[in-house]
Design a protein. Structure first.
Lengths: 88, 719
């Protein structure tokens, strides 16, 4: 019954930019841009709600912009994608 | 002509290896397959060997699809063909999906044996309903999630190959329920006890290991978390924890030290009924006798703080350095096969959690189940929307969901209910369509359950199913094709068995030859990091839980929480808990005469002094009453019981009462339980242990009631 993942954990930093805009930056190391893009698409992509949106990934800063009405719900979903949030 | 075939038992989660003997094509005998080297601890009641031949040929097996002939619940039926049955169901599925949305359809699943659970989850995915209901909120998820947050994986098992010197059996009855969630085998445990291994029992009632125990703690039902934190307090304050291990391999000890300073052992005693002296002795014994294992079970999962209770217990393993140690508990890597998640889910069709019933429970949503009582509540209240149809496979919610009366009311209200079953039950009695299910041995299938054992087993067909019974997986596969989802399923459902084994580079026939694929065991030092947590260490303090909005530590106040208040015990001064039968598999297989001979009726246990106080005696058919209702069970008095506890039998109904929906009201403990909030905030678990109750022989009489209320009530009134 349990579907919690067994893949290696990734760590992200979340910074609030405006009321519902956030910057998500991967803190843990990523091998290359392809891995980064896959992590954004598959891992973060699986965590966005129906009214959320992800911007264009930026490999240079390892970050992507998130638009969400509920950052708490997004953080909860990150656990199930094996992503831990760096302590603020 | 005689022939022997290898099979696996399906009467408890241990799924022992057995050999079936056939005469002229009929299975006549089943015995343990000890030569195979596979797990085959035959339970004392030998329920599998006794029951399996009879199950295959039982005259009361469901044989043909049927549709309701009378009023709902009248249990009158007309035989129909599979084509007609599937056409009716498909028409309803499409109608409700297109009219009310896919979320108006609930998939209702029970204890998996083969592939039926996997097919149910997969069908939910492609049908786009988030409402897949399973018993996860009181079985398996709480213990598994506690291990996951603490050790990074739910795959933590007993090391059976090395000697161990201390065993704690906690909320489990290994003889009745197939070892424990740690995969311990009885033969290994018995050998250890003969060698002098210390045994600590956490058990308010009695099972057959209690008499062998060095310590037998008859704790208050549901107070396990308080006891575990009390033990942690002793272990830390007396410096008995494994300091080097804790420093190198764990995080969060400082936070736990702060928490254990907030309560006293007297408070633990008040909560648990266990004296501080005993808590100290047991904590010292467990902490200083190495290696040690805790075999935990289902009882820990049945309360409104179940996840934190399980966390409190599993943290003891980390404090004492027993996880990863030879003879302790070790992380395993499951046998290689297609991960169940890959079978259940598809990234292209994410489960629409935002539409799910029970979405307030984050672990339930992450673990792909809706808590059972959430479904019942939604059907009755139509909040957040009306549920119109249920498709149930090998489950009996009237016996196994909390608050049976409310569950009945809900399913009677449901406009369309399909139930696939092996035998007629109270749940088939209230269905609109009944489908006859084949059991393992009557079809090829793969057993990957319980998932935390890490095995994959081949269950090959050795006997024809009765009549026109089908495997549940075949039913779902054919239904999927009829509702236009065929591209996600198989032309012949059995092709899915090869799909499940793709990653192992095996076919099902290859697995039949091997019978089993084994997990790998890893000890500390075998891999880096050992614990697959975000920190790479065992996390006493869990930041993941914090991220989920849950307490990162098991706090004393939280693990001591019950859904019941002191006032509830004024009218109902006893604490009800329950036990699973040695002779049966949960509420199932009650028609089988061979096991009925072992246990013919529901028996409850009480201390004789308590019985006297309540005016009942050994052998009486007594009433047990809670605020939700009352049932009858036969009383057996035992001085081994705690005087404030009643231990009742789980899963009883009457196979002969076909005119009365098999009398699900008569003896069923879930008439007494309650699924209403509060529930466990993470998993949706409900309080099934420590339910306030009272007992009597006949109708309560006001004068006798005052006497029976006893000192607990007076104390409460004075408080």
């Amino acid at each position: 019954m349990l579907s919690l993942p067994s893949k290696p954990w990734k760590k992200v930093r979340i910074e609030q930019l405006s009321e519902r805009e956030y910057r998500i930056t991967f803190v843990s190391s990523l091998a290359d841009e392809a891995e980064f893009l896959e992590a954004v698409k598959n891992d973060l992509g699986s965590c966005v709600g129906t009214d959320d949106g992800l911007g264009t990934p930026d490999w240079g800063t390892r970050s992507v912009q998130l638009s969400t009405a509920s950052i708490a719900a997004f953080k909860r979903r990150l656990v199930f994608a094996s992503i831990v949030v760096e302590t603020e | 002509m005689k022939a022997n075939e290898p099979i696996f038992c399906f009467f408890c989660p241990n799924h022992c290896a057995m050999t079936a003997t056939f005469e002229d094509g009929k299975m006549v005998k089943v015995v343990a397959d000890k030569k195979s080297g596979l797990p085959c601890d035959i339970c004392p009641d030998a329920k599998g060997p006794l029951a399996i031949p009879e199950v295959h040929s039982h005259k009361e097996r469901l044989r043909y699809p049927m549709k309701r002939a009378g009023e709902k619940g009248e249990n009158r039926w007309t035989r129909i063909s599979w084509d007609e049955a599937l056409d009716i169901i498909a028409e309803k599925l499409l109608f409700y999906r297109d009219t009310f949305g896919p979320e108006s359809i609930a998939l209702i699943l029970g204890e998996p044996k083969g592939m039926e659970f996997a097919f149910g989850q997969r069908f939910g995915t492609y049908l786009k309903t988030p409402n897949v209901i399973t018993p996860g909120n009181y079985c398996g998820v709480q213990t598994g999630t506690a291990d996951h947050f603490t050790f990074g994986t739910m795959m933590v098992q007993s090391d059976l190959a090395s000697e161990f010197n201390c065993i704690v059996i906690w909320g489990a009855n290994p003889l009745n329920t197939g070892g424990s969630f740690r995969g311990m085998r009885q033969a290994v445990l018995d050998a250890a006890l003969r060698r002098g291994c210390k045994l600590i029992m956490m058990e308010p009632g009695k099972n057959r290991y209690c008499e062998k125990a060095h310590h037998w703690l008859r704790l208050k039902p549901g107070s396990d978390g308080a006891l575990a934190l009390g033990m942690a307090k002793v272990i830390i304050e007396e410096g008995l924890y494994e300091k080097d291990y804790v420093a190198r391999h764990t995080i969060g000890i400082e936070e736990l030290k702060k928490e254990i300073a907030t309560f006293t052992l007297d408070e633990v005693a008040a909560e648990t009924w266990i004296e501080p002296r005993v808590v100290r002795e047991v904590a010292r014994l467990y902490a200083t006798t190495k290696p040690a294992q805790i075999l935990w079970g289902n009882a820990l999962e049945n309360s409104v703080s179940a996840l934190q209770i399980c966390r409190a217990v599993t943290i003891l393993r980390a404090l004492t350095g027993n996880v990863g140690a030879h003879g302790g508990e070790v992380i395993i890597e499951p046998a290689k096969f297609t991960r169940p998640g890959r079978f259940y889910f598809d990234r292209r069709f994410p489960r629409p959690i935002e539409k799910s019933i029970g979405q307030e429970f984050p672990i339930a949503m992450g673990s792909a189940y809706v808590p059972t009582q959430s479904l019942v509540r939604s059907i009755l209240t139509e909040d957040p929307y009306p549920v119109k149809m249920g498709l149930a496979h090998v489950t009996n919610p009237l016996l196994t969901y909390p608050d049976s009366a409310k569950t009945y009311e809900a399913f009677m209200k449901l406009p369309f209910l399909v139930v696939a079953e092996i035998f007629p039950t109270s749940f088939t009695a209230i269905a609109d369509i009944v489908l006859p299910a084949a059991v393992p041995g009557e079809h090829d299938t793969i057993g990957y359950w319980p998932a935390w054992f890490g095995y994959v087993k081949a269950y090959q067909k050795v006997v024809d199913p009765p009549g026109d019974a089908w495997p549940d997986a075949k039913m779902i596969n054919e239904l999927a094709k009829r509702v236009g989802l065929g591209e996600h399923f198989w032309a012949n459902w059995e092709e899915s068995l090869d799909f499940m084994l793709e990653e192992a580079k095996l076919t099902f026939q290859d697995l039949v030859q091997k019978r089993i694929l084994w997990p790998k065991h890893y000890f500390l030092g075998d891999r880096e990091p050992y614990f697959p947590t975000p920190s790479g260490k065992a996390e006493i303090y869990s930041r993941q839980m914090s991220q989920l909005g849950l307490s990162p530590l098991p706090y004393f106040n939280e693990v001591s929480a019950s859904r019941y208040k002191k006032e509830d015990f004024e009218r109902y001064p006893l604490y009800l808990t329950n036990y699973k039968e040695g002779a049966y598999m949960l509420s199932g297989y009650r028609h089988v005469k061979a096991v009925k001979k072992k246990k013919a009726e529901a028996v409850c246990y009480m201390h004789p002094d308590t019985a006297e106080r309540f005016g009942v005696k050994n052998g009486d058919m007594i009433y047990i009453e809670s605020r939700k209702g009352r049932i009858q069970q036969r009383l057996e008095t035992s001085r081994d019981m705690h005087p404030q506890a009643v231990m009742a039998a789980f899963g009883w109904w009457d196979t002969k009462a076909d005119k009365n929906q098999y009398n699900w009201r008569g003896y069923n403990i879930n008439i007494l339980t309650d699924g209403d909030p509060p529930n466990d905030p993470a998993t949706g678990s409900v309080q099934l242990r420590g339910v306030p109750c009272r007992v009597y022989l006949d109708e309560p009489h006001p004068a006798r009631e005052a006497r029976r209320a006893g000192p607990t009530s007076r104390e409460n009134k004075g408080a």
